[in-house]
Design a binder for this molecule. Structure first.
Ligand SMILES: Cc1cc2nc3c(=O)[nH]c(=O)nc-3n(C[C@H](O)[C@H](O)[C@H](O)COP(=O)(O)OP(=O)(O)OC[C@H]3O[C@@H](n4cnc5c(N)ncnc54)[C@H](O)[C@@H]3O)c2cc1C
Length: 413
């Protein structure tokens, strides 16, 4: 008989796991309080980041730390209450960002990133979602030759060690690709491998449709709790009670607090982010996804308009929105590209689910059999969902995995 599995959470991570398992003949129910792909996986910048082999480290140099303190930078904001709340994981994040520890983390993280395109590809094909995906890379734009040169050095390392492809563009080269950019921009790195998605939520929804076409079931309801009963699991939801062989927790930013109910205390924290869509001024056109790297926000020509996404806001998951960071990013963005009107009355708010060593948890829960965990994908969950799906499904079936999974074990915390 087919193994019965419940996947909790229908973001990119949960949907990808459900899709993989269903394809392999498991009988899967995917549960979320919303339709698939309506939370973090909806509002992100939509880049499948093959270039992101170096996860975002906590700044360690005094100059950067001092510049963050007045809380006026565009790329990072904090609220003191949020910092106090996450003090212990943040301290551990800072510790893990030392050059000695970070050097070990990069190849581990890169081993996951290297799987991103080839694991998205079969899902895009099965979901008939090619119309949402562009395969032209994205642009990281620079204002000062020194910063661009530093980044080119990192790009060369990424190329030499992890096969990342890029081109360096001077002002003229960039103007050929993006003629409407402001004069402060002196050049760019064009990351050539990544794919960009014109509506990330729609891609996750298409993956979920493909899952249901394979025979999987989506149940839209609130998850109340799970209990182990002998070798099986009981899953209580607001709608019904299910009995299954295995449970996968893929609850993104909610995973940490939810797992406390089962006796797990993972050092999770969130980096919140906002987005807003804009029209463009008449005759202006944005062709590529582009990140204003020295300021720290991103502009993306999506189906809903030009989407501006912000950097990190360190605050509690549930604190109310503060749109100042977005407003400040918008002010700078208007000097870079001729944005028009805002398209929504208020900003979308989401939260990157983070762990202090910058790597997700993917694997079995240490204290329960038949319980599997996949969360903490931070800045690159949209990129890494399908790779996580493939790797976790292999682990659940007792098959060898394509990469070493030890760096992602839950019991490292
Ligand atoms: C501004 C911004 C830009 C980003 N840009 C990129 C990018 O360009 N590329 C990239 O790779 N990543 C990007 N990310 C990160 C990426 O979006 C996340 O890492 C990823 O979406 C996390 O996916 P997830 O499936 O783990 O979580 P989610 O998508 O949040 O899914 C978790 C699900 O759990 C459900 N849930 C929680 N609790 C319950 C409950 N009790 N009952 C029922 N359902 C529940 C929620 O409804 C939700 O649907 C960005 C993030 C932000 C905020």
């Amino acid at each position: 008989m087919a193994r019965q599995t419940v996947v909790l959470g229908a973001g990119i991570v949960g949907v990808s796991i459900a899709w993989q398992l269903q394809q392999r003949g498991h009988q899967v129910t995917l549960i979320d309080r919303h339709q698939p792909g309506r939370e973090t996986s909806f509002g992100n910048a939509g880049i499948i980041q093959r270039e992101a082999v170096r996860p975002y480290a906590f700044p360690r140099d005094m100059k950067t730390i001092m510049s963050v303190l007045p809380n006026k930078r565009v790329d990072i904001r904090y609220r003191p209450a949020g910092m106090i709340n996450a003090a212990s994981p943040l301290l551990s994040y800072w510790h893990n960002s030392s050059s000695r520890l970070y050097k070990k983390i990069v190849p581990e993280y890169a081993s996951l990133i290297e799987l991103c395109l080839k694991t998205h590809e079969p899902m895009i094909e099965a979901a008939n979602a090619d119309h949402l995906v562009r395969r032209e890379g994205w642009l990281e734009i620079y204002r000062t030759p020194k910063k661009l040169a530093q980044r080119v050095k990192e790009a060369e390392e990424a190329r030499d060690h992890y096969g990342v492809q890029f081109a360096v563009l001077d002002r003229e080269g960039l103007a050929e690709k993006e003629p409407d950019l402001g004069s402060d921009i002196i050049g760019a790195i064009h990351w050539l491998d990544p794919w960009t998605v014109a509506d990330p939520g729609a891609l996750v929804a298409a993956y979920a449709d493909s899952f249901t076409q394979l025979g999987g079931r989506v149940l839209q309801t609130d998850i109340k709790g799970v209990q182990q009963q002998g070798k099986r699991w009981q899953v209580d939801t607001a709608a019904e009670c299910l009995e299954v062989d295995e449970v996968v927790v893929a609850l993104g930013p909610w995973a940490g607090s939810w797992l406390k109910g089962l006796g797990y205390h993972f050092p999770t924290f969130v980096k919140r982010g906002y987005h807003m869509h804009y029209t463009t001024q008449p005759s202006a056109k944005l062709h590529y996804w582009l990140m204003d790297a020295e300021i720290g926000y991103l502009l993306a020509p999506m189906n809903a308009g030009v989407r501006l996404t912000t950097g990190a806001e360190l605050d509690r998951l549930e604190s109310p929105a503060d749109e100042k960071q977005l407003a400040d990013a918008e002010k700078v963005a208007r000097s870079v590209f001729p944005l028009g009107e805002r398209r929504e009355a208020s900003a979308w708010k989401g939260a990157r689910p983070c762990l202090p060593d910058m790597k997700p948890v993917i694997g079995p829960a240490p204290k329960h059999s038949g319980l599997w965990l996949a969360f903490g994908h931070g800045h690159q969950g949209f990129t890494l969902g399908p790779a996580t799906g493939q790797l976790l499904a292999d682990m659940m079936e007792g098959k060898p995995t394509e990469i070493d999974m030890a760096p992602f074990r839950a019991d490292r915390f």
